[in-house]
Ligand binder design. Sequence first.
Ligand SMILES: [Zn+2]
Length: 341
Amino acid sequence: METDVPSKTAIPTQKRPPLVHTSETTVDFAARASLRAKFALSQRVRQSSAIELYSHLAFGFESRRLEELKRCRKVGWFVRHKETGLVRLALDRCNLRWCALCGSARVSWITWTVSEWLANRDRPKFVTFTIKHSDADLGFQISCLYQFFRNLRLRPEFCAHVRGGIWFFQIKKSDRDGLWHNHFHCVIDSKFYPHEELSSTWCQVTHGSRVVDIRVVRQPGKTANEVARYAACPCDLSKLELEDRVTAYHGLHGRRICGTWGTAKGVPLKPPKDEHPELWENVGSRTVVRELRFSDSKAKAILDAWQNHTVLEAGVNCRLTDDFIENNLAHLRKLEVQNYG
Ligand SMILES: [Zn+2]
């Protein structure tokens, strides 16, 4: 039976994750700029791998997904809350599992929620469960591992030690043996759990796999960031050949890749949906506001309110410029049709 004893609150104490880093850092600007450039490059490579995958799968429903992926986060609008006056950036996004850009946004959210949960536990643990590598079909291997993990959480000896946790699934293709290596990573709310005991229980449920790693979480933020990366993307597509990407895509299609149980139930692994979208008004496209920020006081006010989390007065917007550009583009498109028609 799954343990469901609430020891401490599972919901993070803050209402929303911090949008800016408030702590001081010793890393100098040049080093930070270099890290940012490195990250941007790796993200572009990952996104190209995902686009190549969806292009390969592009038939029927997948064709629409490919278009959404290509368009993801390229268009954005600044929006103002009609009651609070606060400004946000709303992006046109695809939310596809293999999208590197949406994956990064998920990492930020999950890192925050998981680290909040970990910080409220008493000596939480980080555990990795592995099964013996085999050349069986990836989908079959994944089904078996999911079933083993479900069975483990029903075992009385496991429930006696573990009050709850958050799990993340990861797959990797080994360069050494060319086989898929599948893992479950978990952060658990547990008292002392001897490694030998846990390994023995895992061996029983998997019929022979003993490999388990368990360690105390000493840096909740660091551990949360590590597991969040698996939830954002269960494997790095840019490190796989196209054929393997297709295998991974089908093997994980329709499966959840992270979840909670016991005392972690209620930890939100997705940002909550805005219940009142009608309260947000469009105050200008991202492109126009950014382009006009040095020459137009309204654009500057919008950008300042967004960056500093301050109130934007009602009626301040760049909609006229947006409409002017949109109308002229529509006019140009018409001319183009007439010229070539
Ligand atoms: Zn996306």
